[in-house]
Every structure is written in C-alpha cells, then in structure tokens.
Design a protein around this ligand. Structure first.
Ligand SMILES: Cc1cc2nc3c(=O)[nH]c(=O)nc-3n(C[C@H](O)[C@H](O)[C@H](O)COP(=O)(O)OP(=O)(O)OC[C@H]3O[C@@H](n4cnc5c(N)ncnc54)[C@H](O)[C@@H]3O)c2cc1C
Length: 499
C-alpha cells in the first residue's frame, strides 16, 4: 500500500492542478520551492522548467571561465551554507543547487522540459490556466491558484548582438557568449571580445592562454574590484572549527555590512571610491598602463554592478601581455576584423560579442486576465513583486547591485506570508490596486536611470511595469531597506484587495 508521502509525491509529479505554480528552476525557482516546502507545507506546488535541467543562467552560459561575479555567501541562499571560495564557477553553483534539491527532495515537484506559452486568469474560477508544450511539442495544461514567476530577466534562447555595418563580410566566426559552441577551437586564433561587462572580463583571462592573442574591445570602461578569491573571516572561523551554518551567517552579515558601507560611500563620496578602485587597478597594471583611457568609467561607481575580479585575473592577463584592451568605437566589420572609429584596424579570426542580453521579463509567456491581454508596461508594480490588474501573481526580480538571491529569500517570505494570510481570510484572490492617495502619483519608468543604468534595462525599459514615487510602488533595488520593510508589509493595507 502506498504511503501518504508516496501518494503526495505521485500527485505532485503529475497533478493537473496545483496551489502554486513556480515558473523556472533557476536559483530563484529552486529557492521559491524550498520556501514553499518549509513555510507553507500544506500547499501543493510544481515547478515548470523549459530546460532539461535546473540552474537557469548557470546552464545556459557555457563560455570559458563562466563564474559568478558576486560572492556566494550572499548569492547563496540564507538557509544553505556556502562552503567554497566566494566567487564560484557555474558548475559549483549548480552543485550547490543540486544539494538543495536532493537534501529537500524537491525533484518530485519539478517538471523539466515544460515550456509555458500562455497564462490566463479567470476571476470566475479564481485560478490561472497555464498552457505550454513539453517533450517533442506535446501540449499540456495545468491550472494553479497562484503563479510565482521565477523566469529571470533575459531571453535564454538568444543574447543581444547589435547590428554592425559589414557584419556579414567578416570571414571568421562571430560568437555570443550565451550560445558558446562546445567545439570552438581557439588555438592559434586572434580573438576580439567586444564588451566591457563581467562576461567580457571573465572570458578574456579564461581564454588568454588558449588562443594566439585576445583583445578586449570596449566602447567605454567599467569599474572592477580586484580581490583575492578568499574570505579571511571565513577562513579564520573555519580554522576555529566554527559550524558552517554559523560561518555562513556571520560571513554573509560581514559582507553585507561592507557592501552597505561601500554603497553609502559611493553615493555620498563617489570620487574617493573611484580613486580607490583606480588605485587597486593600478597596483596590478603598473604605473605606465593607460588607466585613464581603459579603466576610468564615465559613470559613478555603483550606477552599474561593480564586477569582482578574483585575484585581479583580467588585470594580470593585461599586465602579462597575454591580453590587451582597446577603448574605441566600432565603425564597421571587415573581412578580416574590425575597423574602429579611430581608423585603427583590429585583425581577428574570432569575434566574441559579449554585448549583453535581451530583456525578457515574462519568460515570453502571453498573459491574459479575464480574456484581456496583459501588457506589463501598462501596470504599476507593488514593490517590484506584484502588478496592478494581475491577480494572484508574484515575480522575482532580484537585486542588480547586491546579490540577486538576497531578494529571493525576502520575496519568498512575503509570498508565504501572503498565502497564509489569504487562507486565514478565506480569500481565493488577491490583487494590488492604487489607493485613493496614489491616484495622482507620477508614473515613472521601472528604474531611475540615474540610479542604475545597464544597457539591457535601458533598451527594455518600455517593456517594464511602471513605478510610482512611493516605496510601495517601486522596486528600489536596495536590499538594506527592503530587509527591514518587506517583513513589515501590512497585508491588510488598502493596496491589497481580497475576494
Ligand atoms: C553570466 C551571468 C552571471 C551572473 N552572475 C551573477 C552574480 O554573480 N550575482 C548575481 O547576483 N547575479 C548574477 N547574474 C544575474 C543572474 O541571472 C541572477 O543572479 C540569477 O541567476 C537569476 O536566476 P533566476 O532563477 O531568477 O533566473 P534564470 O537563471 O534566468 O532562470 C530562469 C529559469 O526560468 C526558465 N523559464 C523562463 N521562461 C520560461 C517559460 N516560459 N517556461 C518554463 N520555464 C521558463 C528558464 O529556462 C530558466 O531556467 C548573472 C547573470 C549572468 C547571465
């Protein structure tokens, strides 16, 4: 006879109706599943994932050297100690996620190879109907009381490559890091990596020894933070045989404290933070390196994510002459490389376009509420989690400046509290709506470009929900204030409508 646990396992693996449907098995979706299991064990839930594996970002990206650019004490979940070096490879992050899945028996909730195409809310039935395809294109339908979007923020199928004149003339290979060919042979090749973000900074040192030469071609410089890939406090606590859960907690707090400090200083006194970052670069690159041209950004530190360079690897490669950096604008591609605005020519056999992502905020799912198509750009966000006119839906958009996952834990606490609150009220539907005092509020773009302005957000701002000018109606990107505010949200505030 089947045990209760076996029955439940079977039901969750195949159920055509669930209490909560999680979209995506990336670091957000797996975190969401853990929280549901621990905080609302009475809820039946499923995770639908388009790919054949968990990991999301850490599966899609397979380029050489792929790693985190923030530390895993904060990119890891608060409930699962990180025991490795702070900066981790994609494989290490997936191994960590695998442990979370195995230790908590989450696999029984996950349906791989399920791509969702549409989600339709019915106020009469008070549920979502989700359709998609699985396997070889076989259609499926699942209904759910609540939809938890953990779809990430960019389109996994294709990265962003700008149109350049003459691109088709180039005789070599053009590769985007998001779809790195496993058989790409770099030996003896001259490689140009276009881009200046974390991906380019990771790739260049990772391939410097494998090709004839690699050039980092950037339009404008980025701030980098070179630091050994170790954490002194963690090492010391481990030497003292402190329990790993305590090490995780203390090191996390210490890193967050330091980050809060640097954020504060970067906003209050950007010039001195800038000077420190440039000085750190100079320590690796030497006094003769043209830091003014190549590593002195025009923006203020922290207006974009500060990319960590473990052991200053990019700078070491440049200093050793294995790699070089060119700061210039592309005029056109030629048969043999790239012609720059300065008139210089960069000869190349392979051009890597580390030029970013295509923003995709809804996992390419067509949304409908009571038969009417939803355009998220017409909605107003409740704290970057919920949206006016879209009931029973929360999404996770993590932090861009701090580790993304810090927000996964915070939003998960909110969702579990909201689900419990709905049960306590006997409500089947929750929706956020502007309160009378909000009606004259200016509706602004999702994020203030002066505060944070990476290219993919600038390019996709028209797709994103609107923000107001009150804390309730914006995603403020500030972990330190949200850490205090989100747990205190009054779920009976007039912004929440239950039925
Ligand atoms: C190369 C790279 C390095 C990064 N490094 C860091 C870092 O160090 N620190 C940091 O804080 N952030 C980093 N980020 C940002 C990073 O994307 C997030 O931190 C995090 O991994 C996002 O996790 P996620 O689960 O929210 O989304 P994703 O990792 O994007 O996963 C979303 C999942 O949802 C699935 N999905 C989407 N649509 C559908 C659909 N319609 N049906 C079914 N499934 C669907 C996808 O297949 C995917 O598996 C990095 C991003 C990149 C690209």
């Amino acid at each position: 006879m089947a045990t209760q646990a076996q029955d439940r396992t079977h039901t969750e693996a195949t159920a055509s109706h669930v209490d909560v449907l999680i979209v995506g098995a990336g670091i957000s979706g797996i975190g969401a599943a853990w929280h549901l299991q621990h905080q609302t064990p009475q809820k039946c839930f499923a995770v639908l994932e388009a790919m054949d594996s968990f990991g999301g970002t850490w599966v899609t990206h397979k380029y050489p050297g792929i790693r985190s650019d923030s530390d895993l004490y904060t990119f890891g979940y608060r409930f699962k100690p990180w025991v490795g070096p702070p900066i981790a490879t994609a494989d290490e992050i997936r191994a960590y996620m695998r442990e979370v899945i195995e230790e908590n028996e989450l696999a029984r909730h996950i349906r791989y190879g399920h791509r969702i195409h549409s989600a339709s809310w019915s106020s009469a039935e008070k549920q979502w109907t989700i359709t998609g395809t699985k396997g070889e294109g076989e259609p499926f339908t699942v209904t759910a009381n609540f939809l938890w979007m953990c779809q990430g923020y960019y389109r996994h199928s294709q990265g962003y490559t700008p149109e350049w004149e003459g691109k088709d003339d180039f005789k070599g290979a053009i590769v985007h890091p998001q779809s790195w060919p496993s058989d790409l042979d770099l030996s003896g090749k001259r490689v140009v990596v276009i881009g200046s973000g974390a991906t380019a900074a990771t790739l260049v040192p990772a391939i410097a020894d494998k090709c004839a030469h690699v050039t980092l071609l950037q339009r404008s410089p980025t701030y980098f933070y070179p630091h050994p890939n170790s954490n002194e406090l963690a090492d010391r606590l481990r030497q003292l045989e402190v329990d790993e859960a305590i090490v995780h907690d203390i090191v996390r707090k210490s890193i967050l404290f330091d980050q809060a400090e640097i954020t504060r200083r970067a906003m209050e006194d950007p010039e001195s933070v800038k000077a420190e970052l440039l000085e750190a670069a100079r320590a690796y690159l030497g006094p003769d390196f043209d830091i003014d041209t190549h590593f002195t950004p025009r923006y203020r530190p922290w207006q974009q994510r500060l990319a960590f360079l473990p052991d200053g690897d990019l700078f070491q490669g440049l200093a050793a002459g294995k790699a070089s950096v060119v700061t210039d604008h592309i005029k056109r591609f030629t048969k043999t490389g790239i012609e720059l605005e300065s008139g210089n020519l960069l000869e190349a056999d392979i051009i890597v376009t580390a030029t970013g992502f295509n923003l995709c905020i809804t996992g390419d799912i067509e949304f409908e509420v009571d038969g009417k198509a939803v355009n998220f750009a017409d909605t107003v966000t409740y704290r970057g989690m919920m949206f006016t006119g879209v009931p029973n839906l929360v999404w996770i958009m993590g932090y861009f400046r701090a580790s993304w996952t810090l927000r996964v834990d915070l939003v998960a606490d909110f969702v579990c509290r909201l689900l419990d609150h709905m049960d306590a009220r006997g409500a089947k539907k929750v929706e956020v709506a502007l309160r009378p005092e909000d009606h004259n509020m200016p509706l602004l773009p999702w994020i203030d470009a002066d505060n944070f302005n990476p290219g993919y957000l600038q390019r996709g701002m028209h797709l994103l929900p609107k923000r107001g000018d009150k804390p309730e109606w914006m995603h403020n990107q500030d972990y330190w204030s949200e850490r205090a505010e989100l747990p205190l949200i009054d779920l009976d505030d007039p912004a929440f409508h239950y039925s």
